[in-house]
Design a protein around this ligand. Structure first.
Ligand code: ZN
Length: 346
């Protein structure tokens, strides 16, 4: 029997999550779906034939509930809508029509601490006779770097030294990415080097400015995580960006490709896509081959994705000191700029 415990529902942006205490399950229901599927006889169902007589086109698409009323011990979930209408649903009805059973919707993470590895810690644990990193230590270190790259697409190496770069190159190879050599960039020059929509390097190595005396702030966003998150919110956005080819222009080179690339066995109608590559939509690009009827929709999708990627709440802010370096997979993690001496560069 459903109870009136406080956590038995949660408001979402355009849906409500209802918990079913008898089964430990929950369901997410769009407000528009609930309002349309109202079971009342005051305009929604015909009192005699019980046929649906309301018309979804007459309900505001962005309708919100004014309040949720729940009666103790009653098998009823009652919602009052902002248009004054009151809907009563039986829990059994909601469970039978639970079209998003236990849906998972993971918020995008911007926890930068779990991206970091301290090189000096490995030396402490695995020193050789000269007080440097032993061969065994190198192996463990490379595996740690490769593991972070695989999990997050990016790793921040603290307290590195000059010799570490070769190990990092090995780590990228252990990560079993294709054999393109990593690009090594210094500070703000990365923005130039990151304009490779056609064949971005698999691993980008970012070093701080050699003349940096303070700390540099670098901004990244996990493009694949962002696309996956957005798709669960509004699948049209990502499906359009994955299916429409655009013309990227960089210097004199032109690349025709979609912003989002999927594995060949992913179809845009699947719930879970395998996204293999996200091209930074800040590249100079022109949509081509889009039917007239889809052009506005494509721009809507493009703008949503671009705004989402550049929203600081979705990004990773990494502070680079002189002895640090960053490795990232540029098919997945997009560079979002740098702050040097108080000035942000795109
Ligand atoms: Zn009704």
């Amino acid at each position: 029997m459903p109870t009136t415990k406080k956590d038995s529902f949660l408001y979402g942006e355009n849906y409500i999550r209802i918990f079913f205490s008898d089964s430990q399950d929950y369901g997410d229901f769009h407000y528009i779906w609930l309002r349309h599927n109202c079971l009342c006889f005051k305009g929604c169902l015909h009192p005699k034939t019980k046929e649906r007589i309301n018309d979804s086109s007459e309900i505001p698409f962005d309708i919100l509930p004014r309040t949720v009323i729940k009666y103790e011990d009653a098998d009823q979930f009652i919602m009052e809508w902002e248009d004054g209408h009151i809907s009563t649903y039986k829990y059994s009805f909601l469970q039978e029509h639970n079209y998003a059973l236990n849906r998972r919707f993971t918020q995008i993470t911007n926890n930068s601490t779990k991206l970091a590895i301290d090189f000096q810690e490995f030396i402490k644990l695995y020193p050789n006779d000269d007080g440097k990193l032993s061969n065994e230590g190198r192996l463990v270190y490379r595996q740690a770097v490769a593991q972070k790259l695989k999990a997050h697409g990016i790793v921040l190496i603290r307290n590195s030294n000059e010799k570490v770069t070769n190990d990092d190159l090995d780590a990228s190879i252990e990560h079993k990415l294709p054999s393109t050599r990593p690009f090594i960039d210094v500070g703000a020059d990365l923005t130039k080097a990151s304009t490779y929509p056609n064949t971005p390097p698999d691993i980008h190595i970012l070093l701080p400015h050699s003349d940096t005396t303070t700390e540099e702030k670098h901004f990244f966003v996990d493009g694949i995580q962002a696309a996956t998150y957005l798709r669960r919110k509004d699948r049209r956005i990502i499906d359009l960006l994955a299916s429409v080819t655009v013309k990227f222009r960089e210097l004199n080179q032109v690349t025709n490709a979609p912003i989002i690339e999927l594995t060949s066995d992913s179809r845009t109608q699947d719930d879970y896509l395998n996204i293999t590559k996200v091209r930074n939509p800040k590249f100079e690009l022109v949509p081509v081959g889009i039917p007239f009827s889809c052009m506005e929709e494509w721009y809507y999708a493009y703008n949503c994705f671009n705004d989402f990627l550049h929203d600081p709440r979705n990004g990773l802010e990494l502070t680079l000191k002189k002895t640090d370096l960053i490795l990232f997979n540029s098919s997945r993690v997009l560079y979002n700029g740098i702050i040097v001496k108080g000035h942000r560069h795109p």
